[in-house]
Design a binder for this molecule. Structure first.
Ligand code: GDP
Ligand code: MN
Length: 391
């Protein structure tokens, strides 16, 4: 789960990371008021969206007067910002962060990620900040320094200092840098983060380190341990299809194709998506309905899949171990009644109570296309699309 920059800054600040003073605004008037409240004569107004690359597309501006703050805010609020990191729809700007402008002498890059190869938290840093890490890795790979943290020891002071020296920092800044680094590490570890990125981390004109930008994302499977973090979720920044599915406890990932999938088990869901592609189609989504799916849950899965306008056929593929085919069959029929399905539906059932399930479907009189194997199901789904008749 991603959070906004201002939320990441507040969290990091509570762990001791220096961040600029700032305030949140939902209107141009409030943005100007924040500037007045902060004092000084220059402020940065920043679109709060779940994406980086805002600077390049007019989502960040240094303003020199309250009027300029208000004008920029007016132009930005309510807009969809399309950045390098978003899809073509972009992300809606509904709140702004107004902070005191910093005097930048140097920009550094600092990132904490989970390195799956070593199964440890890895720190990546560069004396060359401001640009995205992907571009940095391409344009100036030699500037990147990496360090892997031993979880039994934590981020040791000597390790943090060594990184500072490798970045070419002055001794005074190395002290600050180690404190900065260890605070970020504690936040990452204590809150089950997946990523912390400070880009840029700046050295100010007076030689101090400040987190000018901050990005954090969290392990969704650990959110139950951190209700305060879970409450920071902002559905306005999510794919609406995924947001509804999440609210209904379904594991759903939206994709670009037109074959809607209702499947049990992540492995079978992945295999089914492969089979669809092999048969010449494209899945509209990943959906794992989970074990012990009641008819109501099946119905909810249909609703979720059908909320995607691109879907032209639905493939239900169930291998019932904990699930029961008769329940799934009842769920499909209930969905026809309650949701009102006018698209072709292909159903493949296998496992517990399969005969009973198939009988229910046969006797329903509904135009459901049955299949016995995964391969057959995928082929029938591809063939059932209205486009395939035209093509
Ligand atoms: P991003 O483009 O979404 O990553 O947003 P950032 O928060 O990184 O801001 C983009 C750029 O705006 C930074 O790399 C800085 O160059 C510039 N910027 C942000 N805050 C300030 C500031 O306080 N003072 C100055 N002079 N520039 C800033
Ligand atoms: Mn940035």
């Amino acid at each position: 789960m991603d959070i906004h920059e201002h939320q990441a800054k507040e969290i990091l600040k509570s762990f001791g990371v220096p961040v600029p003073r700032g305030g949140l605004a939902y209107s141009p008037e409030q943005a100007a008021y924040r500037a007045r409240e902060l004092g000084g004569n220059a402020w940065v107004v920043k679109a709060q969206i779940h994406s980086g690359g805002r600077g390049e597309v007019g989502g960040v501006k240094v303003c020199k007067s309250e009027q300029e703050v208000a004008d920029f805010a007016r132009g930005l609020l309510g807009r969809q910002l399309v950045t390098k990191q978003t899809d073509a729809n972009g992300k809606g700007v509904f709140r702004l962060w107004v902070e005191e402008a910093s005097d930048i002498a140097q920009e550094l890059y600092l990132g904490f990620v989970l390195d799956r190869k070593t199964e440890r938290i890895m720190i990546v840093a560069s004396g060359h900040g401001g640009m995205e890490i992907e571009d940095l890795a391409e344009e100036d790979p030699d500037s990147l320094v990496r360090s892997v943290v031993d979880p039994a020891v934590g981020l040791a002071l000597y390790q943090a200092r060594e990184l500072g020296f490798r970045l070419g920092l002055e001794p005074k800044q190395v002290d600050q840098f180690s404190t900065f680094l260890r605070a970020c590490y504690r936040a990452y570890r204590d809150l089950d983060a997946m990523m912390v990125e400070i880009n840029p981390l700046v050295i100010t004109g007076s030689g101090d380190l400040v987190a000018l930008d901050a990005k954090m994302s969290f392990d969704s499977n650990a959110l139950y341990k951190h209700p305060a973090i879970a409450s920071l979720r902002d559905p306005s920044q999510e794919d609406p299809r995924e947001a509804t599915a999440y609210d209904n406890g379904l594991a759903y990932v939206g994709l670009d194709g037109d074959i809607g999938c209702i499947i049990n088990g992540a492995g079978l869901a992945m295999a089914s998506m492969d089979m669809i592609q092999l048969a010449g189609g494209q899945p509209a989504n990943f959906l794992d309905i989970g074990g012990g799916a009641s008819p109501e849950r099946v119905c909810q899965a249909f609703r979720t899949v059908l909320s995607d306008q691109n879907v032209s056929v639905i493939l239900v593929n169930i291998f019932a171990g904990i699930n029961r085919c008769d329940w799934i069959a009842k769920g499909v029929i209930q969905a026809y009644k309650e949701v009102g399905i006018d698209l072709p539906v292909v159903v493949r059932l296998s496992g517990t109570n399969v005969e009973e399930g198939q009988k229910i479907i046969r006797e329903s009189g509904l135009p459901i296309i049955s299949a016995d194997t995964l391969e057959e199901a995928a082929e029938k789904a591809v063939a059932a699309r209205p486009q395939s008749a035209a093509a």
